[in-house]
Design a protein around this ligand. Sequence first.
Ligand SMILES: Cc1cc2nc3c(=O)[nH]c(=O)nc-3n(C[C@H](O)[C@H](O)[C@H](O)COP(=O)(O)OP(=O)(O)OC[C@H]3O[C@@H](n4cnc5c(N)ncnc54)[C@H](O)[C@@H]3O)c2cc1C
Ligand code: SF4
Ligand code: SF4
Length: 387
Amino acid sequence: MEIEELKKEQCYGCSACMNICPKKAISMKQDEKGFYYPHIDQNLCIHCGLCTKACPSIQRANKNEKLIRSYACKNKKDDIRMKSSSGGIFTLLAQYVLKQKGIVFGARWNKNFMVEHSFIEKEEDITLFRGSKYLQSNIKKSYKQVKIFLEKGKIVLFTGTPCQIAGLKTFLGKEYENLYTQDFICHGVPSPKFWKKYLTYKTPNDAEITNINFRDKEKYDWDNFSLAIDFNNKKRYNRINTKDFFMQVFLSDICLRDSCYACPYKNHKTLADITLADLWGAKEIIPSMYDNKGVSLAICYTKKGQELMDAINPYIEKQEISLEKVGKYNKSLLKPAVKPENREQFFIDLEKQDFKRIIKTYKKRFIGIKRFYRKCKGGVKKLILFR
Ligand SMILES: Cc1cc2nc3c(=O)[nH]c(=O)nc-3n(C[C@H](O)[C@H](O)[C@H](O)COP(=O)(O)OP(=O)(O)OC[C@H]3O[C@@H](n4cnc5c(N)ncnc54)[C@H](O)[C@@H]3O)c2cc1C
Ligand code: SF4
Ligand code: SF4
């Protein structure tokens, strides 16, 4: 099979093919829904087959040793935890690698508030990657850069979605002792086109965005996180996730990438050394650690993952837990999202209708969910959100 023969749901948009092509024949182009897919310039292609070999959908990389130990954990520093999505564990992993003069790859905002991968070498830059950005990050040339650093003998921590980790592994084509990989339980990634339209709608004509935080815990708390957008006119939009239109659409699964509905990395099929997540249901699973500032779930799949966990041990509060209860509160651990019937219609409307009208049409759908949500408590709320 060639990469251009892949069905939409088989391509994760990881850019491994673009990174490996020796002729720069592959570019990532947006489809009508705004998702990125590879496009081959046939005038440049020499049919070497490298892109097929690097594609994680065509070539499945070797599975992990499957150590599987899981922990409830949180950073002892509350200020870092408050700025992080869950328990602030990523920051500690990054610090550990940077202290050894290593390199950390992760997802950051670009100047247009779209998300892209890059790397850091200094601890003060961890803030660029801290916090979940609920969009697909553009890998750009990251895989190539990872390989250069690895071959120079540098320690590299690569963080991203499970499919981006898989893309890196097939791109590299062999194991490296000095590579650590960290992913997260992944709900899926929403359409960049929808995000762009949402941002345009939210930004006043006379202002510019200066910062965005998908997981603000200051206004409410961890359970009831809000989406905060700061503008250069000192104004701030900050709304609880259940009332913000972008988050409603994202969490209703209507605008996810095709591959997310058929994701093959669920149920412990990740290729990463360690998986991080929100320990939704912490109040019920481990009440002694719950304070509504964020508790992480960390699952170590390999010896390297366990080595990372052991290295950060002095800086965390942790307790080993069974995964049995976790799946009940965090459905994305086990199964891909289900494609809603009106997904195609949503994208047709997104193309044709004015954004105000889209909000009016689709909000109706979420009012029912919201009323039901209000009646539910703690962990059950998370079942509705990150199901
Ligand atoms: C798109 C997406 C969907 C998610 N879905 C779930 C879910 O269903 N259930 C769940 O429990 N957790 C989910 N998470 C993970 C969760 O939100 C936290 O990222 C995780 O718990 C780590 O939190 P932390 O406090 O340790 O670190 P944080 O500092 O919050 O995490 C930052 C890390 O996330 C990476 N990152 C941020 N945005 C992106 C992105 N767009 N693409 C790739 N990497 C990114 C950064 O590079 C860095 O490694 C999701 C995250 C993302 C980005
Ligand atoms: S076959 Fe080789 S030259 Fe052609 S697009 Fe794929 S990697 Fe590039
Ligand atoms: S749900 Fe699966 S396919 Fe979608 S972004 Fe996450 S890891 Fe990739």
